[in-house]
Design a protein around this ligand. Structure first.
Ligand SMILES: *Cc1c(COP(=O)(O)O)cnc(C)c1O
Length: 703
C-alpha cells in the first residue's frame, strides 16, 4: 500500500491493509468483525476507521494479533470473502446481461460510502454510495467518478442560542481509505482541465469497493494557483462561479481522467445535473475523431443515462450564459465551430429568464432518463414539458425508477442474525425477492422484541456518549446536556421539523403521559446558506431546552452516516413530514423499515407507493395545497391524532409478558413489504435492465 504512515505488518496478517482500504469491509459483517476484534476501544473511538486504527497500531499489538488464533480465524474468513467479492466471475450481471466489453461510468458530485470519507452532504450522496455498493455485489462493471473534497461537508455544532454553526475540518488524507490512482506507466494520474483561459491540474484518487472502483478528482495541487487549489475544497460550499467551475472539473475533467486511466465506458450515467458537462467533452472528442456535430450528438445520446432528483424548478443548477461563456472558453477545441448549437442544448427558462440549465442539457442529451419514485416521475414529466414540445405528458420519456437502499449497509447485525435463523439460507443473495421475506412471520415475537430492545439501547448509549463528550470537552451547560438527550429513557426525524410542535400543549400531553411517555430524537443539517432551515432547527433546539417537555426531546448534532445508522436502527418510529410533493423519494424511512422501525410520514416520495395500510402510517391532513398555513395545521392535527389514537396505544399495549403483540405485527409488515421492494438490489437490477443494457447493446450494434 502506498501510505507511508502505515506500520509494517507481520506476514501472517499483512492483508489487513488491503481489507482496510477496500470499503467493501463496511458491508460485510465478517470483515467488520476483524477490526472490532483488533481493538474494540479504538474501533469506537475512531468511529470505525480501520485506516486510522492501523496507523495507530503498535508493533507489539500487531505481533500479538498475528498469534491470536481467534483473531486469525476471523481474519482468514474475511480475506477469503474479500477475494470472492472481488472475483469477476459468475455474477448476476454476467448471467443476466452478459456483456463484459464496456464499463458504466457513474458520475456524481457526492458519494456517501462511509463516515471516514466525508465527501457527501445527504440523500443524493447516500443514493450514489448505495448504488455503487450494490453494483459491486451484482457484478456490474461500474466505475464511479466524483470529487475528493479535502474539507468535505461541514460539521455541525449548535450554539447556546440554538443556532447552527458550521466548521470545516481538513481531512488528514493518511487517515482516509484513498490511494493515488495510477496510469498504466505507474505514475500518479494527473490531468489538465481548461478553465476559462487557464489550465488547472486535477489529481485523481482511487477508492475500492469490492468489484467497483471510484475515482475522485482533486485540484489541491502545488502547481495550481491558490484559488484553483480551493476549487475542490468543499462540497456545495461556494458561490455560482465556484459551482460552475466545479461542474466543469467533474464533467470535463472526469472524462479526461477516465481516458488517462485507459477506461472506455460504454455507458455514461449522470447522477443529477451537476455532471452534465460530461457530454461537452464527449461530443468534442467524437468531433475530433472525425464525426459531425449531429452524429456525435447521436452517439453521445445512445450511451448517456440521466437521473434527476429534484422536484422544484429552483433546485436545478442554471447559470447565466455569460458565466458559461467565460468558464468554458478553453473547453471548445474543434467543438467551437458548433458552440451555438451546444449552448442551445442547455437553454431553458425555468421562470427566471433564459439560462444555461444543467438539467435541460442532460435531458436533451440522454437517451435513458429517470425520476426516483412513481410520484416524482409524474412531477418531472409535467415540470419539464417544454423539453419535449408536442409530446403529451404520459408520452414524455422519463421513467419512474424508485430508489432503494443497500441492505447489507443499513441492516443491523441484530436483525440480520434473526433472519439468518428464520429465513431461507440464501436470503442475502435473494433479498429482493418478496417470497424470501414471508418467513419473517415465523420469527417469534419474543425474539423480535428482544432485538428491537437491544437496538434501542445502542442508540441511547450512543446519544449519552455524545452528550458526555460535549459536557466533558466543550463545557456546555447542563440544559444543553439535557437537550442532547441525556434524560431519554431507553424504554420507548427533518423537513418541516417543527411541525410536531404546532400545538405545544397537545404535544406535551403526549410526551409526558405518565404511563405511556413518548420521546423524540431530532437530527439534521441545514445547508450553510439556508437561513430558513437554520431557523427551523433553532425552533426545535429551543423545544429540546424547554423543561416543559421534560427532557423527552433530544437534538443529536452533526448528522452523518454514523449517526444515521444508530438512528434508523434504534428508534421505534421513523417520522418524516416533508411538504408534499417536495420529497422526490427519501430513503431514510426505508432504512428504518427494514430494521423493524415503522415509517410515519406524509404520503410523499417513496411512501406514496410503499404504504400498504399495515406497515406504518400516513399523515394526511386535508387542506388546499397552496395554503401552507392550513396545510401545516391540518398535517399537525393528523399527526397528533395518529400518535394519540393509534401509535402510542398500540406501542404500549403489552401482554402479561410485556410483549406488544399488535405492535410487532406492524413491525413485521414493515420488514416484509419494504425489504425486497425498496432494496438497492431491485433498483440496480432495474437500472441495468432498462437503462444500461440498452445502451451497451446499442453501442455494440453501432460498432
Ligand atoms: C439516508 C440519509 C439521508 C437521506 O435522508 P432522507 O430522509 O431520505 O432525505 C441523509 N443523510 C444521511 C446521513 C443519511 O444516511
Amino acid at each position: 500500500m502506498t501510505n507511508p504512515q502505515l506500520p509494517q505488518l507481520p506476514e501472517r496478517i499483512k492483508r489487513l491493509t488491503e481489507l482496510a482500504y477496500d470499503l467493501w469491509w463496511t458491508w460485510n459483517s465478517a470483515a467488520r468483525d476483524v477490526f472490532r476484534r483488533m481493538d474494540y476501544a479504538l474501533w469506537r473511538q475512531t468511529a470505525h476507521n480501520p485506516v486510522l486504527m492501523l496507523r495507530n497500531a503498535s508493533a507489539d499489538q500487531l505481533a500479538i494479533l498475528a498469534n491470536d488464533q481467534e483473531f486469525l480465524r476471523a481474519y482468514d474468513i474475511a480475506i477469503d470473502a474479500l477475494d470472492r467479492a472481488r472475483a469477476a466471475r459468475d455474477t448476476w450481471w454476467q448471467r443476466e446481461i452478459g456483456d463484459q466489453s464496456g464499463s458504466i461510468a457513474y458520475f456524481s458530485a457526492e458519494f456517501a460510502l462511509h463516515q471516514s470519507l466525508p465527501i457527501y452532504a445527504g440523500g443524493l450522496g447516500v443514493l450514489a454510495g448505495d448504488h455503487c455498493k450494490e453494483a459491486s455485489d451484482l457484478g456490474l462493471p461500474l466505475i464511479g467518478v466524483g470529487f475528493m473534497y479535502p474539507q468535505g461537508y461541514f460539521h455541525q455544532k449548535i450554539s447556546p442560542e440554538g443556532w447552527q454553526q458550521e466548521s470545516y475540518e481538513r481531512l488528514n488524507w493518511a487517515d482516509a481509505p484513498i490511494e493515488p490512482a495510477c496510469t498504466s506507466d505507474g505514475s500518479n494520474c494527473i490531468v489538465p482541465v481548461p478553465l476559462g483561459n487557464r489550465s488547472v491540474l486535477v489529481q485523481v484518487w482511487r477508492v475500492r469497493l469490492g468489484r467497483v472502483k471510484l475515482y475522485l478528482l482533486d485540484t489541491d495541487l502545488e502547481e495550481n494557483a491558490p484559488w484553483d487549489r480551493e476549487l475542490s475544497a468543499r462540497l456545495y460550499g461556494g458561490d455560482r462561479e465556484t459551482r460552475i467551475q466545479q461542474e466543469i472539473i467533474l464533467g470535463v475533467g472526469g472524462v479526461r481522467a477516465l481516458k488517462a486511466l485507459g477506461s472506455t465506458p460504454a455507458v455514461w450515467h449522470l447522477n443529477e445535473g451537476h455532471a452534465a458537462f460530461v457530454v461537452l467533452q464527449r461530443i468534442r472528442d467524437l468531433i475530433e475523431a472525425g464525426q459531425t456535430f449531429d452524429s456525435a450528438l447521436e452517439e453521445v445520446r445512445r450511451a448517456t443515462v440521466f437521473t434527476t432528483h429534484t422536484p422544484v424548478p429552483a433546485g436545478h443548477d442554471a447559470f447565466p450564459f455569460s458565466l458559461v461563456e467565460t468558464h468554458l472558453a478553453g473547453c471548445w477545441g474543434t467543438l467551437g465551430a458548433y458552440r451555438d448549437r451546444f449552448m442551445q442544448l442547455g437553454a431553458y427558462d425555468n421562470g427566471s429568464g433564459m439560462q444555461f440549465n444543467m438539467t435541460a442539457l442532460a435531458l436533451r442529451t440522454a437517451n435513458g432518463v429517470n425520476a426516483v419514485s412513481q410520484l416524482h416521475g409524474v412531477v418531472t414529466r409535467e415540470m419539464w414539458g417544454p423539453i419535449w414540445p408536442g409530446l403529451a405528458e404520459d408520452a414524455r420519456p422519463v421513467r419512474s425508477l424508485t430508489n432503494g437502499i443497500h441492505e447489507p449497509t443499513w441492516l443491523s447485525n441484530e436483525m440480520a442474525r434473526l433472519f439468518d435463523q428464520y429465513l431461507p439460507a440464501d436470503w442475502r443473495e435473494r433479498h429482493d425477492e418478496p417470497s424470501v421475506w414471508a418467513a419473517v412471520q415465523q420469527v417469534p415475537d419474543e425474539a423480535l422484541w428482544a432485538a428491537r430492545g437491544l437496538l434501542r439501547e445502542y442508540l441511547f448509549a450512543f446519544i449519552r456518549d455524545r452528550a458526555r463528550q460535549r459536557w466533558r470537552y466543550e463545557q456546555v451547560s447542563a440544559g444543553r446536556v439535557v437537550a442532547a438527550g441525556t434524560l431519554l429513557d431507553p424504554n420507548t426525524g427533518y423537513k418541516r421539523p417543527e411541525l410536531i410542535f404546532h400545538n405545544a400543549q397537545r404535544l406535551q400531553a403526549i410526551l409526558n403521559g405518565s404511563r405511556r411517555p413518548v420521546q423524540i430524537v431530532f437530527a439534521g443539517k441545514a445547508h450553510p446558506a439556508d437561513e430558513t432551515g437554520k431557523h427551523h432547527l433553532q425552533q426545535v433546539y429551543r423545544r429540546a431546552l424547554d423543561p416543559a417537555f421534560g427532557g423527552r426531546i433530544a437534538f443529536v448534532d452533526d448528522y452523518d452516516l454514523h449517526v444515521a445508522h444508530f438512528l434508523v436502527q434504534g428508534c421505534d418510529v421513523w417520522l418524516n413530514n416533508p411538504r408534499k410533493p417536495l420529497e422526490a423519494s427519501g430513503t431514510s424511512g426505508m432504512k428504518a423499515s427494514v430494521n423493524g422501525v415503522p415509517h410515519l410520514s406524509i404520503g410523499d416520495g417513496w411512501w406514496a407507493e410503499g404504504y400498504t395500510g399495515e406497515n406504518g402510517w400516513v399523515i394526511e391532513g386535508h387542506a388546499p395545497a397552496d395554503d401552507h398555513d392550513a396545510v401545516d395545521a391540518a398535517d399537525a392535527a393528523a399527526l397528533y391524532e395518529l400518535l394519540e389514537r393509534q401509535i402510542v396505544p398500540t406501542f404500549y399495549d403489552r401482554d402479561e409478558n410485556g410483549i406488544p403483540r399488535r405492535w410487532l405485527a406492524i413491525v413485521r409488515q414493515a420488514i416484509v413489504t419494504v425489504a425486497p421492494r425498496f432494496s438497492a438490489r431491485r433498483m440496480v437490477k432495474e437500472y441495468a435492465r432498462h437503462l444500461y443494457a440498452p445502451a451497451v447493446h446499442a453501442e455494440k450494434v453501432a460498432r
